[in-house]
Design a binder for this molecule. Structure first.
Ligand code: ZN
Length: 269
């Protein structure tokens, strides 16, 4: 590190406000799966300005940014999902969704803003970067359709990725808490289900009787792929915290209509 260059912490601190503003901009302008045109455009623009090699239009609206460091080393990828959900936001805030019926209810606005900022920080410190960093912005996570076509398009092969990382925001822990787990997490998709409920709340923090009813309705589906209690607990926790929120919110808007949701587990077994 040169005497004139700050620490890595300084790099984060000076971008923090901008990252929050970027996240709120994405939140204000959510786009559904495979329709993330504006989002992709902003991602590509920011990565290009930062000096990355940028590929667009992968799996329709996916973007990849490649940053080659000044010294040899591994190729490490960071993946962020970028799509929103078909929900109407009831929150009133300056950054509330401006698109009726579409909302970043799963945190992908944050994932996208974080990944762009991380790319910009690494680009600013390229001289200290051994190897290559690949930033993968994946569309259509919510409809379980974006990852495969991106892989088939070769995003893990050109250049060949040695390791890949990602994150998912949660409201389950205090702000500032980071949980880390080695290996795959939420990487296996289980059976889909259509829970029924008349009205339900929408966030893990406010899971009332209706949300619990959704979880109860989904219990057989959740336990179907689980062969021991630990795995079953994983599936149920995810239902209560993540995808059941989606189901519950959609039910609230559709009145009596059932809505499709999915189960996730750490591994296919
Ligand atoms: Zn998500």
């Amino acid at each position: 590190m040169s005497k004139t260059q700050g620490t890595w912490g300084d790099e984060v601190a000076k971008r923090l406000e901008g990252m929050v503003a970027l996240r709120r901009d994405f939140h204000r302008h959510p786009e559904l799966s495979f329709a993330e045109q504006r989002t992709s455009h902003i991602i590509a623009e920011r990565l290009t300005t930062a000096g990355l090699e940028v590929k667009t239009g992968i799996a329709k609206t996916g973007v990849v940014g490649i940053l080659r460091g000044d010294t040899p080393g591994k190729t490490i990828a960071w993946r962020a999902d970028i799509d929103a959900l078909p929900l109407t936001e009831t929150l009133r805030a300056p950054f509330t969704s401006g698109t009726p019926g579409v909302m970043h209810a799963c945190g992908h606005d944050g994932h996208t803003a974080i990944a762009i900022t991380a790319a910009e920080i690494l680009a600013a410190r390229r001289k200290e970067l051994p190897g290559t960093a690949v930033f993968i912005f994946q569309p259509a996570e919510e409809v379980l359709a974006g990852a495969k076509p991106m892989i088939e398009a070769g995003v893990l092969e050109h250049p060949r990725v040695d390791e890949i990382y990602g994150l998912h925001l949660t409201t389950q822990d205090k702000t500032g808490t980071v949980n880390v787990r080695r290996g795959p997490t939420m990487a296996s998709i289980g059976p889909s289900y259509r829970p029924w409920a008349r009205r339900a709340t929408c966030s893990p923090a406010c899971c009332g009787f209706s949300a619990l009813a959704v979880v109860g309705a989904a219990r057989p589906a959740a336990s179907a792929p689980a062969r021991n209690s630990r795995k079953r607990m994983d599936a149920l926790l995810l239902l209560e915290s993540g995808k059941s929120s989606y189901a519950a919110s959609a039910i609230e808007q559709d009145g009596h209509s059932p809505s499709l949701s999915t189960t996730r587990s750490r591994r296919p077994q």
